[in-house]
Ligand binder design. Structure first.
Ligand code: IPE
Ligand code: IPE
Ligand code: MG
Length: 237
């Protein structure tokens, strides 16, 4: 079982289009899928689930679609946080908060504060998130500390950079799932996906169900994770 699953929830627009519905209807259906996945992961004992909800590049979409996505996020938080809190889910948001509106920020902060002490499943929502943004903001923070004399530049290493990245304190994703048929990372967790197992499926996100999750988990269970070692070494580990 993976401890941490990261998901690129792709295909909402195509799902809606194939039904003659507006793209926003696909996003609404996608929220339901996300909700079901959180439940399933909680039941399976997954410790961390990270969902890519909105990328730094998604700001390039038409303002009406961006607006619909942000509105959906606010509504989902208002509707779901009580139940998530009751189920022992801890919420954490990653991304460029300074790009988000006050309305959504306050909902996010409330949700994080409300679920802070929960331990069953950590649900990370990547919103206005980009893997390059993440690396840059960590590097900038280290540069500031060096400028202030609080950090020797020679002490900048993988650990120092990683400790200031958005997922600091959580294990790296063991498994990345991307729905919607594309085999790319789209600027998701560039740093943390270094050794993740990658699972791509044609299933569109609103159609992704528990059987699909089981298929992804079966794929994961069949991988030998070697982390650079030989197969024989990894087999003994
Ligand atoms: C994923 O679905 C949701 C977001 C990126 C916010 P898309 O909206 O990208 O759906 P497609 O790829 O156009 O089908
Ligand atoms: C990736 O999906 C981002 C999210 C799922 C939030 P996109 O639909 O934005 O990815 P590209 O642009 O097709 O690579
Ligand atoms: Mg897409």
């Amino acid at each position: 079982m993976p401890a941490h699953i990261a998901v690129i929830m792709d295909g909402n627009g195509r799902w809606a289009r194939s039904r003659g519905m507006p793209r926003a209807a696909g996003h609404r259906a996608g929220v339901k899928t996300a909700r079901a996945l959180v439940e399933a992961c909680g039941e399976k004992g997954i410790q961390v689930l990270t969902l890519f909800a909105f990328s730094t590049e998604n700001w390039r979409r038409p303002p009406s679609e961006v607006g619909a996505l942000m509105k959906l996020m606010v509504e989902a938080l208002e509707r779901e946080v009580d139940e998530l809190a009751g189920r022992g889910v801890r919420l954490r948001f990653i991304g460029a908060r300074d790009q988000l509106s006050g309305t959504i920020l306050s909902r996010m902060e409330q949700a994080e504060a409300r679920t802070r002490d929960n331990e069953r499943l950590t649900l990370v929502i990547a919103l206005a998130y980009g893997g390059r943004w993440d690396i840059v903001q960590s590097a900038r923070e280290l540069a500031r500390r060096a400028r202030d004399g609080a950090l020797d530049p020679e002490a900048v290493d993988e650990q120092a950079l990683g400790e200031r990245m958005a997922l600091a304190g959580l294990p790296d994703p063991d498994l990345l799932v991307r729905t919607g048929g594309e085999s790319r990372i789209s600027n998701f967790l560039l740093w943390n996906l270094a050794y993740s197992e990658l699972y791509f499926t044609d299933r569109l996100w609103p159609d992704f169900g528990v059987a699909d999750l089981d298929e992804a988990l079966a794929f994961y269970a069949n991988r030998q994770r070697r982390f650079g070692r030989t197969p024989a070494q990894a087999g003994r580990a």
